[in-house]
Design a protein around this ligand. Structure first.
Ligand code: HEM
Ligand code: HEM
Length: 200
């Protein structure tokens, strides 16, 4: 495993001081994908409508991006399991450390539950799950509007979009508070060096 630690000065794995390049790339790629997912879904909901050509195109793009989050989340959980986690600052109260831990767990749950609920909506509507035009999961059951609307829609749409936005806002707010008020390295150790990240 040690041969994966550093090449050409790039720190791939996490160390006790900071996150490595792989964790950082996974973290910020998923953040960008979330922004794209919300942008596409909300433009359908609030501007184009579901039945227009533009609305259909946006949802057609939304789905493969959502499935990619699920795939990257799996890679992320595996990578986390074979890496150390940089410890939080010793000065941080235990209650805050616990809160950070549970927020991270909630974010992991979201990265799995939200795409699976999106895929479930297709499955309950008797549609195959597609990445663009390629089917990755066949239509396995008869159309069931009750399940599609009451289970998947509720999990994916009506409450979850706000719950996700709140959890992410709390998480991002805590990271900014560490940087601006506490002036510790919690944010900079999750940034690449070229973006002002901590150098070690
Ligand atoms: C992390 C991944 C995902 C996120 C964060 C996400 C987020 C969202 C959000 C915020 C909405 C708008 C909710 C609303 O109308 O109130 C939405 C709608 C939608 N999403 Fe996703 N989504 C993800 C993955 C997926 C996947 C994998 C699929 C399907 C394969 C999917 C299919 C849909 C569909 C069809 C809608 C339109 C709502 C409807 O048909 O009732 N999403 N998504
Ligand atoms: C969709 C949005 C986001 C998701 C899903 C997400 C997810 C996560 C997760 C699961 C971790 C735990 C570390 C790990 O196991 O890899 C983490 C750490 C972190 N995130 Fe995010 N994050 C998001 C947005 C943001 C934003 C917008 C910021 C900054 C403003 C941010 C800053 C950080 C920082 C600084 C850490 C490291 C915390 C520590 O050292 O314990 N994240 N994020």
């Amino acid at each position: 495993m040690n041969d994966l630690t550093q090449t050409n000065g790039v720190q791939w794995r996490n160390t006790h001081e900071r996150y490595g390049a792989v964790s950082i790339a996974l973290h910020w790629t998923i953040v960008l994908l979330f922004l794209g997912l919300y942008g596409l879904a909300y433009s359908v909901k609030y501007t184009t409508g579901y039945d227009s050509e533009m609305g259909e195109l946006h949802l057609y793009l939304h789905k493969p991006i959502g499935v990619s989050v699920l795939a990257l989340a799996l890679v992320r959980v595996w990578w986390r399991s074979v890496n150390i986690e940089p410890p939080l600052p010793a000065a941080m109260p235990n209650s805050h450390k616990l809160m950070a831990h549970w927020t991270h767990m909630a974010l992991y749950a979201i990265m799995f539950v939200q795409p699976l609920a999106g895929m479930a909506m297709d499955i309950f509507r008797a549609r195959p799950v597609k990445i663009l035009d390629v089917s990755i999961f066949p239509a396995v059951m008869e159309r069931n509007d009750f399940l599609a609307e009451h289970f998947a829609d509720m999990v994916h749409n009506d409450y979850m979009d706000w719950i996700i936005a709140l959890v992410v806002a709390a998480h991002a707010g805590a990271a900014l508070k560490h940087h601006i008020i506490d002036r510790d390295d919690v944010l900079t150790r999750m940034l690449p060096a070229w973006a002002g990240g901590k150098r070690t």
